[in-house]
Design a protein around this ligand. Sequence first.
Ligand SMILES: Cc1cc2nc3c(=O)[nH]c(=O)nc-3n(C[C@H](O)[C@H](O)[C@H](O)COP(=O)(O)OP(=O)(O)OC[C@H]3O[C@@H](n4cnc5c(N)ncnc54)[C@H](O)[C@@H]3O)c2cc1C
Length: 477
Amino acid sequence: MLPKPHAKEIDRKARMALPHQPVPKQDPSARIHNFDEVYLHYDLESATAEAKRCIQCPGAPCVKACPLHNDIPLALWQLEHGLVEEAAAVLRETSTMSEVCGRVCPQVIQCEGACIYVKKGKPAVAIGRLEAFVADYQTTHSGRDTTTAAATGHRAAVVGAGPAGLTVAQLLAKRGHSVTVFDVWPSGGGILRYGIPQFKMSHKVVEDLVGYTKKLGVEFVYDTKVGGDLTVDDLFKQGYEAVFLGVGAGVAADPKITGTDLKGIYNATPFLIRANVAEELRPPELKAPPEIGDRVVVIGGGDTAIDCLRTSVRLGAKEVTCVYRRTEAEMPGNEKDRALAKEEDVKFEWLTQPIRFIGDDNGNVSAMECRRMELGEPDESGRRRPVPIEGSEFTMSVDTVILALGYWPDPLMGETTPGLDTHDWGLISVDEETGRTSREGVYAGGDDVVGPSLVVTAVAHGRQAAEAMHEYLMQQE
Ligand SMILES: Cc1cc2nc3c(=O)[nH]c(=O)nc-3n(C[C@H](O)[C@H](O)[C@H](O)COP(=O)(O)OP(=O)(O)OC[C@H]3O[C@@H](n4cnc5c(N)ncnc54)[C@H](O)[C@@H]3O)c2cc1C
């Protein structure tokens, strides 16, 4: 491993003149016919050349902008010298899933958004794709480090095998604790598998991640609903001394309009699972693939909506339209993914709100009544509130509708765990520094604490909670 470079070793001017290495990606005309990852991978030569563009800024704004504070300049310094595994090791110091974050983090508003090149009107160093490159390289070459500390004899349960739960499981196992992960789905990964489509991130990445967690000695118990099949109290009775709750926020928001029970209307998560997850890993009620018509409308504007739109394109729909009640400027999802959707010929109806679904004689959705909106004063989220325009109603013909209106937390954990404080429809109340809840020995993090957020937020919460849980476990008899 090379130490951090001295300022004298870096010729900033010369570096800034180096050409950006574009990240290769599938052409839209080809990728709309497959579910393979859109972004192809750097080879060693182009990855090294791109890493050389980093000017090792004093104060490292990219590190500050990364929620995990990955030491990006140090990793890129290793990479530019061909020390790929060392680069991966630097990033893995702070990230439990570099291969995931490298692919799905919204880098434009994080590390890459803070890159000095952006201020100069040039493409940022491709930090995300370089992170994915070094992590993949390490996995294929020497493999990830599976060293764990000597067994402590302490046992922890993790509820939820999403990024928050997997992070806690990995970090506690590395400290020598015995860890069991419980999940209601038939396989691990949470939304990484049961949500994010494979054209953004291949399930091979998720399999490697879960496989690595198993190699650390973590056990997985699937098809088990905590709060249903067993409770948090039962886990303590079974001898677990600490419990982490990483159950996400998976309850779909209700559009509160008539006609949602018509055939051809899907909620986003079941739709994505049926379209993207291998049949053997789907629960029994989601075995059938989705039936998609020629004209598909997706309602919503976040990452989930964009993923549904792009999935519909790949399933062969002829006309795919996003209906969103504000304008593009207020859209919450990753702008890079939105640009890819546009390249894939997805259409957008801004400032439009559905008010009723209309069915044909066979109970299939055939049309959608909508009204136009205009932007009013900002609401509590700071975004301008959409206000209906009187008399602007119109009807759109549709064959398939996908509802991607956002998610709520499941209140189940609060309802079935005595002493666990929740707020705002079921979000779990925690100490922000440690993830400690009001119930002794119970910790929480990820979407079940903050509501729908990002993978990197879940990883950051998992890291904090694992540290606090380790301290707690070591104080137990
Ligand atoms: C379609 C979609 C696309 C997204 N795209 C991106 C993206 O591109 N980039 C990004 O950064 N973020 C994205 N996100 C958000 C990101 O995936 C989440 O913020 C992140 O997965 C949250 O992690 P988590 O571990 O808190 O919860 P989850 O990933 O939701 O995992 C929770 C796990 O808990 C399990 N569970 C729930 N209830 C119980 C129970 N009672 N008992 C046992 N197990 C239970 C679930 O089965 C699940 O496996 C996307 C989200 C969606 C829905």
